[in-house]
Design a protein around this ligand. Structure first.
Ligand code: F6P
Length: 553
């Protein structure tokens, strides 16, 4: 029987001890020791099959990770979230994106209001509107069918709907064209506005706060152009909707009350695609499709709340991620979907994860003792293989990978899918097994290569291997499965936040830049302040001021 030393009673020390116990064993060796590992370390929920057997963990490290989750009271924190407690402590708010996908449960009262009733009302308003646009019973001011939807929003008011509309394109029978305008950069704004028929375009101005400078600037430019085409601002505003948690601000900007879709401050921006922010999704795939998306997420919620730790998909992703970040010191997490429909998924998860867990202090405001959220990055797998995978295979840092594949597509060419999956599976195998120097050397010598040259090339052709990865296989990318996939990553991020003891639901780190940006904007509009800023920023402000019309003459 295993006895515990005093230091192992600290769950973090127990993790370190578990690593020592692994004694530098390679992941590949763990399979030799446990012939059932591939089966034991895989599990399937809601159409998502996760194989985490290529993670560098054994049963002792998993037990230590489980003990850590227990010590951090994961179960209690999780229930606190689902019950609407104000777990976003720095903003004094509940965190209830899960309620958005459970409109029919028992009443859930937050701030004196029944959350379920307001979710049902919001869904009814969205449904009536979306079906009206899709069926063309709601028409342009000139009584024509809308052909185009432009979503104006950024961050959480952009990435989720953009990703989902793209991922679910095969389920889109709306006949509408979708554009997402996030960046205030003139190139993006003018490209979109010049590329659509403004007489037949519906604009959704999505902003939780309705104070985001980028979104408001894009709205004002779009409104001015639509006004020029339709003849009056009043007529133009018939083509604009606001989606916001600040309806008063939207009213103040001239939106008609019936064109305002509201959500609540207990929905974080990066968790908001389930709310009215998901209106572009509903416009694309219809209300039944949107309800299926919610149902998939709800299935993952139920699993997250009830499944035991070591067969709980989000918790397993979280715990192995903690092992990689805190024990193996891997500071990034690579996400590679092998399906073009999921091209925007890494950017979506990047905000979800980095804005949630990119924190340096704990709930009490004290500096963290250990690393928190990793740098999350990624892109399509096959494209990545011809671009950044070199570093993952042979660079000097360990980059854990999540491989994501979709087994069936509506328009499937089997030959192409074989190519895709052979690549994906080969990458995870290569990253784990690597290729030893001795083997490389022996192969080159066997081919008759000059021994001196073989010695030089051996290092270049060696693959260290032992890179941990998850493989996630989705049976098909339906609305239900996409809902489950998104909720999987949401709950992974939540679990890690609990274990690091941080608030995953605020984002104070975005404020300073915004504040200084307002000052510099004022200077670019008038004159640079000769005494403000550090010397570098001062000189750059002057240069940009001159280029933007200050002293161009
Ligand atoms: O600046 C960061 C941020 O506040 C994100 O958290 C948010 O998703 C994004 O900006 C957009 O905010 P809003 O929806 O209020 O316009």
């Amino acid at each position: 029987m295993m006895t515990m030393t005093v230091s192992e009673a600290d769950p973090w020390h127990a993790l370190t001890a578990a690593r020592v116990n692994l004694a530098g064993k390679r992941i590949r060796q763990l399979f030799d020791e446990d012939p059932e590992r591939a089966t034991r370390c895989s599990t399937e929920v809601a159409g998502l099959f996760l194989d985490y057997s290529k993670q560098a963990v054994d049963s002792r490290s998993l037990a230590a990770l489980q003990a850590l989750a227990d010590a951090q009271q994961l179960g209690g924190r999780r229930e606190a979230m689902f019950h609407g407690e104000a777990i976003n402590s720095t903003e004094g708010r509940a965190v209830l994106h899960t309620a958005l996908r459970a409109p029919d449960g028992a009443p859930l009262i937050v701030n004196g209001e029944d959350v379920r009733a307001s979710v049902r009302d919001a869904l009814a308003q969205m449904t009536a509107f979306a079906e009206g646009i899709r069926s063309a019973s709601l028409r342009t001011v000139d009584n024509q069918r809308f052909t185009t939807v432009v979503n104006i929003g950024i961050g959480g008011s952009d990435l989720g709907p953009r990703m989902a509309v793209e991922a679910l394109a095969p389920y889109d029978q709306s006949g509408l064209q979708f554009h997402f305008m996030a960046n205030p950069d003139s190139n993006e704004v003018l490209n979109v506005l010049h590329g659509v028929d403004l007489r037949r375009t519906l604009f959704l101005v999505s902003s939780k706060t309705f104070t985001t400078q980028d979104t408001l600037a894009n709205f004002l430019t779009a409104r001015a152009q639509v006004t020029a085409v339709l003849g009056s601002e009043a007529r133009a505003m018939e083509h604009f909707c606001a989606i916001t948690a600040a309806p008063q601000a939207a009213l103040g900007h001239g939106f008609g009350a019936e064109r305002i879709f509201r959500f609540h401050d207990w929905v974080g921006g990066r968790y908001s695609l389930w709310s009215a922010i998901g209106l572009p999704i509903m416009l694309a795939i219809g209300a039944p499709g949107f309800l299926a998306l919610l149902a998939g997420a709800r299935a993952m919620d139920a699993h997250f709340r009830t499944a035991p730790t070591l067969s709980n998909l989000p918790v397993l992703l979280a715990l192995t991620g903690i092992w990689n970040a805190n024990i193996l010191d891997a500071r990034t997490q690579l996400l590679v979907p092998y399906d073009t429909r999921l091209a925007a998924f890494p950017a979506y998860v990047q905000q979800l994860d980095m804005e949630s867990n990119g924190k340096g202090v704990d709930l009490a405001g004290q500096r963290l003792e250990r690393a928190s959220g990793p740098v999350v990055w990624g892109g399509l797998g096959i494209n990545g293989q011809h671009a950044f995978f070199q570093l993952v295979h042979q660079g000097t840092q360990k980059v854990p990978v999540d491989f994501i594949g979709v087994l069936r597509s509506p328009q499937q060419d089997l030959e192409h899918q074989r190519i895709v999956f052979s690549n994906m599976l080969a990458q995870s195998e290569a990253l784990m097994t690597g290729r030893a120097r001795e083997q490389v050397l022996a192969e080159m010598l066997a081919q008759g290569m000059d021994p001196q040259r073989a010695e030089v090339l051996a290092g270049h052709r060696t693959f260290p291997g032992n890179v941990p990865s998850n493989t996630l296989l989705i049976d098909e990318l339906s609305p239900t499965r996409l809902g489950a996939l998104i909720a999987l990553y949401e709950h992974k991020v939540f679990t890690q936040g609990v274990i690091w003891g941080i608030n995953s639901f605020d984002q104070w780190g975005v404020e300073l830049g915004k504040q200084l940006g307002r000052t510099i904007y004022g200077e670019l509009c008038s004159a640079p302040d000769a005494l403000a800023h550090d010397p570098s920023t001062r000189a750059l402000v002057a240069k940009v001021h001159a280029a933007l019309g200050g002293n161009l003459g």
